[in-house]
Design a protein around this ligand. Structure first.
Ligand SMILES: Cc1ncc(COP(=O)(O)O)c(C=O)c1O
Length: 426
């Protein structure tokens, strides 16, 4: 039975909030690094880290200290004036990412909108596409956020239904299929906007070589390659940026989530001057984008990432997590169809004939592990990059127990046969 404090917070949110989410029924009260406690005092391992926003772990002491220092001086002035934290943050970000300029925003979706505006204006002013005719190629099963323009080029019916009319100027290609990119390209194509790994679609990795072919195709056709690394960026996949796995460099980069160090919404669009300089005063902006507090925290987030070698840690711990989950898969028979991922970003594909991902996520939460399903069939594990092998062991052992319990109940149901075998060894 749900304890009464938990129930009352859940009911209050349901009564006064919009019904646009279906959270796992856990009421988080506090958190530190990779651990979270609910209002009943129960402890959980955070294997989700707010979709990568908490890559540094919850309330990293250096980030909290940087926020406090800045809060004692000034937090928000808008971009009507200059400040002492924005320049240092932008310089560090550009140096780290290898781009000449960065434009700060707040949420990932705003940075994607910034990329769309920049690409279209570049298409018009530099490439010579007639104003209003520029087209951007996007992948099927993409996820780039929730604004009306962005959901307009989503291929997910739930994200779009009833929200039209949508902005024109987007054409789809199949993720991983260069022939499909070629087919979608026209003389009016100004950019390809793409995630290096499709996260919301279920942690879908590109086929080897696809991004090299895409890079070449974009260069040959004077099309900007714009990579959305809002979720994959800043170490999540075991490299600083996921495009490094592909041996390419995009023309522009979108970052968010972890850039705010798990404390604030901070996003950015990065490109070289030849692209970014299509923006002039008045053409784009945001009241809160690049505010003094956000810039101070984001600068510290970049420094912590480097000082604590979190990218290398993500690669090491990610290999460990994937290996342990594959061992569970081998013993779980048909319940788990696939375990895939890079670094500390893993999707466990559940066969809906045998179990529902949501049900397993809820059982995991009851047993002290926070994860989240996507598309009813995939459980995502993406813990803070600071996670230890001991906590990974605890989380995976719990997962193995939850899967084993599901298999045991399924054997009572002849419609859902499962393989036998002990999961203790996993
Ligand atoms: C790849 C990608 N782009 C953009 C976004 C949107 O970011 P936000 O929710 O901060 O607007 C997300 C969020 O999950 C994302 O995964």
């Amino acid at each position: 039975m749900t304890p009464s404090r938990t129930r009352s917070f859940i009911e209050q949110e349901a009564r006064f909030g919009a019904r646009n989410y279906r959270p796992v029924p856990v009421v988080v009260d506090r958190a530190l690094d990779c651990l979270v406690w609910d209002v009943e005092g129960r402890e959980y391992i955070d294997m989700m880290s707010a979709y990568s926003a908490v890559s540094h772990g919850h309330l990293h002491p250096r980030l909290v200290a940087a926020a406090h220092r800045q809060l004692a001086r000034v937090a928000v002035t808008s971009r009507a004036y200059h400040g002492t934290t924005l320049g240092p943050f932008l310089e560090q970000l550009c140096a780290l990412a290898g781009f000449e300029r960065a434009l700060p925003m707040n949420t990932g979706a705003e940075a994607v909108e910034t990329a769309i505006k920049c690409a279209r204006r570049w298409g018009h002013r530099v490439k010579g596409i007639a104003d209003g005719q520029a087209e951007i190629l996007v992948a099927r099963q993409n996820f780039h956020g929730r604004t009306s323009t962005i959901v307009g080029f989503s291929s997910e019916p739930d994200y779009r239904a009833g929200f039209g009319p949508f902005a024109p100027g987007f054409r789809h290609f199949d993720f991983g299929a260069i022939a499909s990119v070629r087919e979608a390209t026209s003389a009016n194509t100004c950019a390809v906007l793409v995630e290096p790994i499709q996260g919301e679609a279920g942690v879908i990795l590109p086929p080897p070589g696809f991004f090299r072919e895409l890079r070449d195709w974009c260069s040959q056709n004077r099309v900007l390659l714009v990579m959305d690394e809002v979720q994959s960026g800043l170490g999540r996949t075991g490299k600083l940026f996921a495009f490094e796995h592909e041996g390419i460099r995009p023309d522009a980069l979108i970052l968010g989530k972890a850039l705010g160090g798990g404390l604030l919404p901070v996003s950015a669009f990065l490109a070289d001057a030849a692209v970014m300089d299509v923006f002039d005063p008045g053409s784009h902006g945001s009241t809160f984008g690049g505010n003094a507090l956000a810039a101070a925290v984001a600068l510290e987030a970049l420094l912590v990432l480097q000082d604590e070698r979190l990218v290398a840690r993500s690669a090491e711990m990610g290999d460990y997590l994937i290996a342990r989950l594959r061992a569970v898969q081998r013993l779980a028979g048909p319940v788990i169809r696939d375990v895939r991922g890079r670094g500390l970003w893993v999707g466990v594909d559940i066969d809906p004939a045998h179990a529902s991902a949501r049900e397993l996520v809820e059982r995991l939460a009851e047993n002290g592990v926070l994860s989240k399903e996507t598309h009813q069939t995939v459980i995502r594990f993406a813990p803070p990059l600071t996670i230890s092998t001991a906590l990974i062991d605890r989380a995976v052992d719990t997962f193995a127990r939850v899967v084993r319990a599901r298999m045991a109940s399924a054997t009572l149901n002849p419609k859902a046969p499962v393989a036998s075998g002990s999961l203790e060894a996993a």
